[in-house]
Design a protein around this ligand. Structure first.
Ligand code: ZN
Length: 390
């Protein structure tokens, strides 16, 4: 799943005047030890049937019914699936997207709302960097993009080495000469791979790097990495380029990435909370976070795992307000109440590439109102509002 695909979902709005709804379906597979029970597909079918019933009760038939029927058919065939699945549908506007996801979605659930429900997705991928995985040995390199579970090969580099001295039966001077030639070829290969990584970084093709190579190759390869590339390296695993499977690459990279994201979340949230106290590049609490979002100042957003709050949204200009006012303070038009402000915040964060962190059990964040943000700049330098509020 790419960022553009997520942005497309975040930008989608069902035309309610024509009775259209945005349907989001999340499928959570059973844990492997329960696989034999095959409960998951039954749960999924029940969830969809329930949604069909309540849609019929509310007189929402037509296109929504068609979407639900199609999801029901899909749910029926999900038995034994090991991955999560998400479907976003609105046949009234000819929209249907299906994605495979890692199996950590929480629960199988269906949402029928004006916008697609992106919270489970945001919790999974909000803080995921554009990750590059480079598999390297002395004569080959394969460079992959990994987005959630989606592994795609972006480049393959091959510099076949000359045959080694021993395979010619050389000895003495000639053997030494041949070994030196092979070493020189490997050196040039490592340089070329390192250079390719640097160029792709500059093009914005990746943000963080994981390297997979034999332990014996790492000291040969590492010195050639550009300092900027090295700064973005988050880990390395040992694997054989020629024989490693995509599944193994995903597993190795995931084992490095997940703790890295957790660590980064806790470092960054502490930074935001500290900076909020010193009244600089951090804000806490819904009201100030919403203000910072509107000024475009937010770089990273932190939410407690089950955070939810009521707010209003202007039906005309989209202004969000933590005070449940009837008329928009920005333009005077009427507002509508949001049962959960996250339904409006998450699409904004996705559209603007704001790093989104969900934190489980963080005392500092809990005390700060369960929501905080790290800013790119002090928004009060232009408006004066944030300073006045704190
Ligand atoms: Zn307004």
């Amino acid at each position: 799943m790419t960022r553009n695909e997520i942005r497309e979902l975040a930008a989608f709005q069902a035309d309610q005047s024509k009775g259209a709804c945005a349907l989001s379906f999340y499928f959570q597979p059973d844990p492997p030890q329960d696989r034999s029970h095959r409960r998951e597909a039954i749960v999924a079918k029940d969830v969809v049937k329930q949604a069909l019933k309540s849609a019929a009760a509310q007189g929402k038939n037509g296109s929504l019914h068609a979407d639900l029927d199609r999801v029901l058919e899909l749910a029926t065939n999900l038995r034994g699936n090991v991955r999560g699945r998400a479907v976003f549908a609105c046949s009234a506007q000819a929209f249907w997207r299906e994605y495979e996801l890692p199996p950590h979605l929480g629960s199988t659930h269906i949402y029928i709302e004006p916008r697609f429900q992106l919270k489970p997705l945001a919790a999974l991928l909000g803080a995921q960097p554009a990750l590059s995985v480079a598999m390297v040995d002395r004569q080959r390199a394969r460079i992959f993009d990994l987005r959630l579970h989606d592994l795609r090969e972006r480049a393959a580099i091959v510099h076949m080495l000359s045959r080694s001295a021993s395979s010619y039966g050389y000895n003495g001077y000639e053997a030494g000469h041949a070994e030196r030639r092979v070493a020189e070829e490997a050196l040039q290969h490592f340089k070329a791979v390192a250079e390719r990584l640097r160029i792709d970084l500059e093009k914005g093709l990746w943000e963080r790097l994981i390297v997979g190579c034999h332990d014996s190759n790492w000291p040969e390869f590492e010195p050639h990495l550009h300092p900027y590339v090295k700064q973005r390296l988050i880990g390395r695993f040992s694997a054989d380029v020629a024989s490693v499977s995509n599944e193994e690459i995903r597993d190795h990279a995931g084992a490095i990435l997940e703790p890295w994201i957790r660590e980064r979340a806790s470092t960054k949230v502490n930074e935001a909370l500290d900076l909020a106290k010193s009244n600089s590049r951090g804000v806490t609490g819904l009201r100030r976070v919403l203000q910072a979002l509107e000024t475009g100042a937010v770089q990273s957003l932190f939410l407690s795992e089950n955070y939810s709050a009521r707010a209003v949204e202007c039906t005309h200009c989209g202004h969000l307000d933590a005070h449940l006012v009837q008329f928009c303070v920005a333009c005077g038009n009427s507002t509508r109440e949001l049962a959960d402000v996250c339904d409006a915040i998450i699409p904004i964060a996705i559209r603007r590439d704001i790093e989104l962190f969900y934190l489980r059990e963080n005392d500092g964040l809990d005390r700060a109102g369960n929501i905080a943000a790290l800013l790119r700049f002090r928004s009060d330098q232009t408006s004066g509002q944030v300073a006045a509020a704190s």
